[in-house]
Each structure stands twice: as C-alpha cells, then as structure tokens.
Write a protein that binds this ligand. Structure first.
Ligand SMILES: [Fe+2]
Length: 311
C-alpha cells in the first residue's frame, strides 16, 4: 500500500534515493489522502470526546504550549482514574484565536489512519505512530527542530509552508542527550535551506531523522498528519545482550581493582568480557531471536470484524 503513498515515484526509487538519506516532497491530487483524514473524519474522532485528555490533545500558540487548565477540566477518565477531560468549546476558542491543535497517537482511530500506519511499518520495519496538526490561521506550532525518528507527513486539508534544512546531528535518538539541546543551538546549526515548498492537500513530505525543519500555516484552515517511524538500532542490540550477560558469571564478576600496579589484570578482564560478548552476539543462539525481534518490531494493532469474529 505504501506504493500508492509515494506514487508516481516507485517504492524502489524511494528506498534508493531518499530513505534515511534525504528529504523529498511528492505532489498529489487534492483527494489523494482523503480516506486517511479530512474535516469530517477529524470531527468524527474529536466527537469521541471521552477519549481525549491533555496527554493526547495539546494546543500551541506561536511555538509555545498552552497550559492544559485553559482547555480541560478535572474529571474521572474512561479508565476510572482522577484526571482531566477536554473542554472543546475552549479548544475551539483557542484555535479561532490562532492556536494550533495537536493530537497525539491517533494511528488507530479510523481505518485510513490505521492502514497507512501498517503500510509504513511493513515497508520500513519500525514502530509507527501518528500525530495530527490543525491550524486556522497564520501560526507555527513548533520552532525549527529535528526529530529523532523519520517523518512521513500527509497534507490533508488546506496548505502549509514546509522548510527543510540540513542536518548537524547524525542519527539522533530519543534520549536526554539530544532532547536537551538548546533552541539557540538549533537556530544556529540548522544549515542550508534545501526545501521551501507550499504543500497543499494531497501532497506528501518525507524527512529523515536529524534534518532540521519547520512548518508554517498560511491558509485559512490546514491539517496535516505526521507519522513517525522508529527502527531497531545498535543500542537495542546492547540492550538485548544485557539479558544474556545477566546469566553469565563472567559479567556478574567484580572488575579487578584499577589501582593495581601494572593494570594488567584489569586489561585482561576487559579483554575477556569483550571476547565473550563478541562470541555471544555472533552465535546463532543470540542472532536468531534478535532477527525474529527485528521482523516483529511493530505495535500490535488488532482488527475486529463483526459479527463474524464473535460467531
Ligand atoms: Fe518535526
């Protein structure tokens, strides 16, 4: 199904030229993504009012988050916990006044959103989630930034100006080290402008992780859905090895005292640890389950068809 997202480009060309390499815009007919999201589908999911909380629904005004107490009220949640639910009258007022509405983790909320998540997941192997951004007037939800995941964004209503710059941080991940970088660093290091294009309904943009970007609303009303895709990385291999090391006496043993005169014992011990790790990671006993985990690296999204499934 991903072939229909990148058409008229082929999936082969997408892999060869752009995937994890460089950003690209693919223009499409107005209605290309209308079964994924449109005003009616957006109203439908928002009207399931009890599923929304300040965790899943946020508002931004000129790149700053609006405090949740300005659009939500204390209530029991669907799970029966003390929490907050959304006051949609206040949300509408904020959006009318120029705020951007951001919905998190919406990839299962209608069949179109779900099928795109599945298409990205099965094509690229990674964990996929979707957020939605909606604005009614000139506004920028987020300042220039890079993401720690690949971005597949679908313009579904109105238009938005996208600017994509270079990358100064290679392969960033979701870790404090990258998340705590100051905005002034981003502004100073965003690099050369490589894409400056108005995306209209039916257009698609792909941005590999690490590339700086910003999106600005120009039209009266605009909606885009952005999917993130997080792959298994080298650090995940270390995490998988941790479970193996726990069962190995050598890794549970104390490290020799580094103050010992020659330091030889410490050096020998570390050499033994590294050798044991190498042998272990290269063994079929480690590799087979790791490959299996790679193939199954996606979120479980169940699908129910009634009444057949209940008969
Ligand atoms: Fe982003």
């Amino acid at each position: 199904m991903f072939d229909s997202v990148v058409a008229p480009m082929t999936v082969t060309d997408f892999f060869k030229e752009y995937f994890r390499n460089k950003p690209v815009v693919i223009k499409g007919a107005d209605n290309k993504f209308s079964d994924v999201m449109n005003w009616k589908l957006l109203s439908d999911i928002l009207n399931q009012s009890a599923i929304w909380s300040p965790h899943s629904l946020n508002l931004y005004s000129n790149t700053r988050a609006i405090s949740a107490d300005q659009f939500s009220y204390p209530s029991l949640t669907r799970e029966g916990n003390e929490g907050r639910l959304i006051n949609f009258d206040q949300v509408a007022e904020h959006v009318k006044n120029g705020a951007s509405l951001v919905l998190n983790d919406i990839e299962t909320l209608n069949p179109g959103l779900k099928s795109v998540a599945h298409a990205i997941e099965s094509t690229f192997v990674g964990k996929v989630q979707a957020n939605l951004y909606c604005s009614r007037s000139e506004n920028q939800a987020l300042p220039v930034h890079f993401d720690t995941h690949d971005v597949f964004a679908f313009q579904v209503e109105g238009s938005k100006q996208w600017r994509v710059y270079g990358t100064s941080v290679q392969k960033p991940i979701n870790h404090h080290f990258f998340k705590s970088i100051d905005q002034s660093f981003h502004e100073a290091n965003k690099g050369e402008l490589s894409i400056d294009e108005e995306l209209t309904s039916g257009d698609f943009i792909y941005i590999p992780r690490g590339f700086y970007h910003e999106a600005m609303c120009h039209s009266e009303s605009t909606v885009h859905v952005s999917y993130s895709c997080v792959p298994i990385i080298g650090i995940d291999l270390l995490t998988a090895f941790f479970d193996v090391a726990v069962k190995d006496e050598l890794f549970r043993d104390a490290i020799p005292n580094p103050d010992e005169k020659s330091g030889k014992k410490l050096e020998e011990h570390i050499t033994r640890l590294v050798g044991r790790m190498r042998n272990n990671v290269l063994s079929p006993e480690f590799q087979e389950p790791f490959k299996e985990a790679l193939n199954n690296y996606k979120f479980d999204r169940f699908s129910v068809k009634l009444p057949d499934d209940f008969v």
